[in-house]
Design a protein around this ligand. Sequence first.
Ligand SMILES: Cc1cc2nc3c(=O)[nH]c(=O)nc-3n(C[C@H](O)[C@H](O)[C@H](O)COP(=O)(O)O)c2cc1C
Length: 360
Amino acid sequence: MMGFGRRLKVTLFGSSHGPEVGAEIEGIPKGSAIDVARLQEDLDRRRPVGRTLATKRQEEDRLIVDRGLVAGLADGGPLRAHVLNEDVRREPYDRLRNTPRPGHADLPALLRFGAAADLSGGGIFSGRMTVGLVIAGGVARQLLAREGVEVAAFTRAIGTVEAAWSVEEPLATLRASARSNEVGCPDPMAARRMEELIAEARRAGDSVGGLIEGVATGLPVGLGEPFFDSIESVVAHLAFAIPAVKGVEFGDGFRGARMRGSEHNDPFEWEGDRVRSVTNHAGGILGGMATGAPLVVRVAVKPTSSIARPQRTIDLKERTNVEIVVTGRHDPCIVPRAVVVVEAVTAFALADLALAGGFL
Ligand SMILES: Cc1cc2nc3c(=O)[nH]c(=O)nc-3n(C[C@H](O)[C@H](O)[C@H](O)COP(=O)(O)O)c2cc1C
């Protein structure tokens, strides 16, 4: 199923080496102002072009809105938008039909879909499908911004290099620092070391993973549904849809397992006529609902599977064990390009929940 959402629904279409990739979004309240130039800015943050540390695939990713907007306002019907695939090289992928890449989706895709499996450029398993997520998340972010909710994401770690920045700092400051480097990290010293680490991994024919942290501020207290549609459930569902994501945690997440209640509980205090959490171990969520503190989600991204070193795999036809060297153009680290995708899915989940709960 390539769709998700209850009140705000997204359906992805296209594939890595097909004619286009994009999204159809249903449920945008009629008359909502959608700034297409801002959607384009989001897409530009996902593009590899101009980055020395990314795939050499060169595409404009110029957003084309097919329907759903009239003079910049949502017309109440589905909004359909796409970008063209302009730099397609199929040859490196033809061989994979027989020798699946370790760590990529080739093996289960071939065994499940057989001749219908499209492996070219990763097909529907490609990171390129996240173009549609970025479009949908960009729309969601604009809906939330009207209600004073801001969503952002930044790089927290690449490999063993961990950055020191805090969600307590204003998002505008974090954003400005993060956009001054290639890895989307607000800590300039760590960013330099991260860039060196990625360059070194690429030179070694290898790859690295890392952590992306999403933040949402200004959430109305109570947003989110108890139980199955808790904020954690919906954000995590979407975050795990991002290719290469292998872990999601909120607030202190897995570290909480080693803490005492006395350390993990966030005390409350009055700030004028508003309730404030003094600390934020819970990541802004209690009982699946927003507490009013910043929502904090961390997403673990695995190292890119397509590496230039020889790897062991199988020949499906000959039924032998063989060695392959993966060719094609690949990101030595997915994290820098996935930052805007984490931002997008967080925004989409929150906008869907906000519409369901009558907050939008
Ligand atoms: C923005 C982005 C770019 C990606 N680029 C690559 C890439 O260049 N090479 C690659 O092998 N995988 C890349 N991936 C990851 C694969 O699509 C993913 O590992 C694969 O579909 C298998 O899915 P899984 O890792 O979630 O199990 C990228 C993912 C994202 C989100």
